[in-house]
Write a protein that binds this ligand. Structure first.
Ligand code: C2E
Ligand code: CA
Ligand code: CA
Ligand code: CA
Length: 274
């Protein structure tokens, strides 16, 4: 029994070693991907629910992997966060999105995601402003989406960073609103401009009508605080109409369009030009 136990232990450690080695290989492959431009922006429409007009696009990271095809963020964002690659990835995407958006109809915004841990680095403000000025895109056309979380250790740094960005005219949205921690405190302390209602609330409307109360409550809260609202995860016309009737300003979801690469945006951009 002892031998079997020892054997099992050996087997287990070899497994863990393999896992660590695999992680290290993945990390260096991801680093190479970020540096080599394999992480690209896909764009998903943000639509004004009153007029039906396209007002901008959310930038969603995709890995164009030469062997494995297009990989979704779930496969690599957490690795980038833990491997110290999230800011290089953010910079690369922001640079690409600014270059793309500069030739879109004037006024269309880009909304770029930031990881919570990036809020702990006040030097990021300078990085963002440098990328904007190099591309020539007005800061008024950039919105940053930050996720509400309990793990903003240093609220002071986060406030300073967002304050610097806001002074330059960049807007800040609180993403996945309603799912995280300390939401109201974050809204207040970080002085965000917009709440993005998490898609779990929006998608529940179809199957559980009482979830409409939560959506209404969030919209009411945002209004009382003078903030904009975006509903994510709108997949059908009924949900779109209900959400619009509740007074939400912006909508996003498969009903309007799935995230697409730059090469496939022409039909959307043509409509925005009208
Ligand atoms: P998110 O910021 O909440 O982005 C919205 C996600 O919902 C996207 O998933 C989008 O494709 C998906 N979605 C949009 N409309 C619908 C809909 O109608 N129905 C359903 N079922 N889903 C919809 P995606 O692209 O897989 O991104 C997942 C998450 O990965 C994002 O959630 C965001 O948290 C993270 N992410 C993506 N790009 C970046 C990035 O550049 N940086 C960081 N830090 N995180 C990123
Ligand atoms: Ca987002
Ligand atoms: Ca979201
Ligand atoms: Ca999310």
């Amino acid at each position: 029994a002892k031998r079997a136990g020892a054997g099992r232990f050996l087997f287990f450690t070899r497994d863990m070693e393999d896992e660590l080695r695999e992680k290290a290989v993945f990390k260096s492959r991801l680093k190479q991907a970020v540096e080599g431009g394999e992480i690209v922006p896909f764009y998903q429409p943000l639509v004004d629910l009153r007029s039906g007009r396209l007002i901008g696009m959310e930038v969603l990271a995709r890995w164009r992997h030469p062997e494995r095809g297009i990989l979704a963020p779930a496969e690599f964002i957490a690795h980038a966060e833990h491997g110290g690659l999230i800011t290089p990835l953010f910079k690369s995407l922001l640079r690409q999105a600014c270059q793309d958006a500069i030739s879109w109809p004037e006024g269309l915004k880009i909304a770029v995601n930031m990881s919570p841990r990036q809020l702990q680095d006040a030097s990021l403000a300078g990085v963002v402003l440098d990328i904007l000025s190099a591309s020539g895109l007005s800061p008024l056309r950039l919105e940053l989406e930050v996720t509400e979380t309990g793990i903003v250790h240093d609220l002071g740094t986060a406030k300073r960073l967002l304050g610097l960005l806001r002074e330059a005219g960049i807007r800040v949205a609180l993403d996945d609103f309603g799912t995280g921690y300390a939401s109201l405190r974050m809204v207040k302390e970080l002085a965000v401009d917009r709440l993005k209602i998490d898609r779990s609330f929006v998608m529940a409307l179809a199957s559980a009508p009482e979830s409409g109360r939560y959506v209404s409550a969030i919209i009411g809260l945002a209004r009382a605080l003078g903030l904009g609202t975006t509903a994510e995860g709108i997949e059908d016309a009924t949900t779109m109409r209900r959400i619009a009737a509740m007074g939400c300003d912006l909508g996003q979801g498969y009903f309007f369009g799935r995230p697409r690469p730059l090469e496939e945006l022409a039909p959307w951009l043509a409509r925005a030009e009208l």
